[in-house]
Design a protein around this ligand. Structure first.
Ligand code: PLP
Length: 341
């Protein structure tokens, strides 16, 4: 049962103490058995490759307490496959996908009382990490790796329903090169975007949108979430690019849109097309959908809607995904993965 000494309604998005995290170490060609670790700290060699050469990747997943009382993880198999791909790209040994999902189940079960009660809009956020922990000073992959999953209870991002935001395009900085690491989930992509992000925030824009690094003519994605738009005739459009991170949320929203009978297009999206869209949003695990009502680029300001209006398509997508996650409607595609406690 959920803890009674936590004010679930006030929960934000930040670290808090839980029972344990889970860990496995790769050495001599194999992963160790999973073990639970109580301390929220880790000890590693000062020469660890994650510290010097950025051998690091991560994932973000949520577990929900559903209407029926059961606890489920939302599509952890997709995160497992994505981390496998990222691991290969950064020359780290992948955690086999079935074992990745097993670790998610184990760590959620071990922290069952931190999964927020149904009806509070909260969830247990899982942050799987894979890092090079073996010392490596000559540039080469390390010989030892650590896989961990940190968990923390988080509240509903929007306490009072969806909140549209303004976005900015800053042409002086790129996030990911055409054949770089934009399509894998490495911490370095966030380091690459932090400077522009802080500048955008200081100047009054909560999110920045990136165009393709080579030509700055096509839309790619926001710094930590994918770009999606709804055209005036109700088509779901999202950019197709090698330097965009394949978002599990976007993948799910595309399927929900198709289920609702809306056309779905994954294709290059020219910057000049933005002004024709009826609705624009950022999407990702943390918030599901963030409507964007205005996009600024230099002197040009593109107004998509008024600041207090959430488009009906975005509202519908958001409600449908949440209803699947909380077990309020049928899970037609088998996205919810049960955790036995
Ligand atoms: C994690 C991430 C997303 C969102 O992916 P989800 O699987 O939907 O959470 C989008 N863009 C970037 C750059 C990311 O790192």
């Amino acid at each position: 049962m959920p803890r009674t000494d936590i004010d679930w309604a006030q929960l934000g998005f930040g670290f808090s103490d839980v029972n344990c995290h889970i860990r496995s170490v790769w050495k001599d060609g194999k992963w160790s058995e999973f073990e639970f670790v109580k301390e929220p700290t880790i000890t590693m060699h000062i020469g660890a490759s994650c510290l010097h050469y950025g051998q690091e990747c991560f994932e973000g997943i949520k577990a929900f307490r559903q209407k029926s009382g059961r606890i489920v993880l939302f599509r952890p198999d997709q995160n497992a496959l994505r981390m496998e791909k990222t691991a290969i790209r950064t020359v780290m040994p992948p955690m086999p996908p079935e074992r990745f999902v097993e670790a998610c189940r184990l760590v959620v079960a071990a922290n069952e009382e931190f999964v927020p009660p149904y009806g509070t809009g909260g969830s247990l956020y899982l942050r799987p990490l894979l890092i090079g922990t073996g010392p490596q000073i000559g540039v080469a992959p390390a010989k030892e790796y650590t896989f961990m999953i940190m968990v923390m209870p988080v509240g509903a991002y929007y306490k009072g329903g969806l909140m549209p935001v303004r976005a900015v395009i800053l042409d002086d900085w790129d996030r990911a090169a055409p054949h770089g690491m934009g399509d894998v989930k490495v911490g370095g992509n966030y380091a690459a975007s932090l400077f522009a992000h802080e500048k955008a925030k200081r100047d009054g824009w909560p999110v920045e949108l990136y165009l393709d690094a080579k030509t700055h003519t096509y839309v790619e994605e926001f710094s930590t979430s994918n770009f999606l738009a709804i055209t005036r005739d109700g088509t779901y459009v999202t950019p197709d690019s090698h330097s965009v991170l394949p978002s599990v949320t976007n993948m799910s929203l595309k399927t929900v849109a198709a289920d609702l009978g809306w056309p779905v297009e994954c294709r290059p999206v020219p910057y000049t097309e933005i002004r024709q869209f009826a609705e624009v949003a950022a999407c990702g695990t943390a918030v599901v959908v963030t409507p964007v009502w205005e996009i600024t680029r230099g002197e040009e300001v593109i107004r998509i809607s008024s600041p207090d209006v959430v488009g009906e398509h975005l509202q519908r997508l958001y409600e449908t995904v949440q209803a699947i996650q909380y077990g309020e409607i049928e899970d037609r595609h088998g996205w919810c993965c049960e955790v036995s406690v």
